[in-house]
Design a protein. Structure first.
Length: 127
C-alpha cells in the first residue's frame, strides 16, 4: 500500500479538476478560493518529501516507483501551469534537492522538465 500512495497518481487528477472551468468557477465562489487545489498539490509534495527524504526508506527502494512519482509530479505541475496557475517563484520545488529544476525556473523551457525528471531519477538510484 505505501508504494501505491507514494506514486502520487492522484496529483494529475487533482490538476485536471483545477483545469476544468466548471470546477474552478465553483472553487472561486467558495470560501476556500481558487488556490485550494494548487495549494493541495504543493502541500502533498512537501509532505511527501518531509516524510520520505530522498534515498531513504521504502519510497525510494524501487526506481520504477520513483520514476512514476516524478512523472506524476511533472504532469500535474504542467497541467496546473498550462491552465494558467503561476506557482509563486517555484518555492515549493526549488527548496528541495529531490525536485531538481522545475519548468520555468531557468527560462521556462521544456529542458527544465527533462532536467527535473533526470535529477529526481538519478537521486533515487542506490549507491
Amino acid at each position: 500500500m505505501p508504494w501505491t500512495l507514494g506514486r502520487m497518481q492522484q496529483l494529475p487528477y487533482l490538476a485536471r479538476c483545477w483545469a476544468d472551468p466548471a470546477i474552478r468557477e465553483k472553487l472561486d465562489s467558495s470560501t476556500s478560493g481558487s488556490d485550494l487545489l494548487p495549494k493541495e498539490f504543493q502541500n502533498e509534495i512537501l509532505d511527501f518529501i518531509a516524510a520520505n527524504p530522498p534515498r531513504w526508506g521504502v519510497q525510494w527502494a524501487s526506481p520504477m516507483d520513483a520514476a512514476i512519482r516524478a512523472i506524476n509530479w511533472l504532469a500535474a505541475y504542467d497541467i496546473f501551469s498550462a491552465s494558467g496557475y503561476n506557482f509563486p517563484d517555484h518555492s515549493f520545488a526549488s527548496s528541495n534537492p529531490a525536485f531538481g529544476i522545475m519548468p520555468g525556473s531557468s527560462g521556462g523551457t521544456r529542458n527544465g522538465t527533462l532536467s527535473c525528471a533526470t535529477t529526481t531519477t538519478w537521486r533515487t538510484s542506490p549507491g
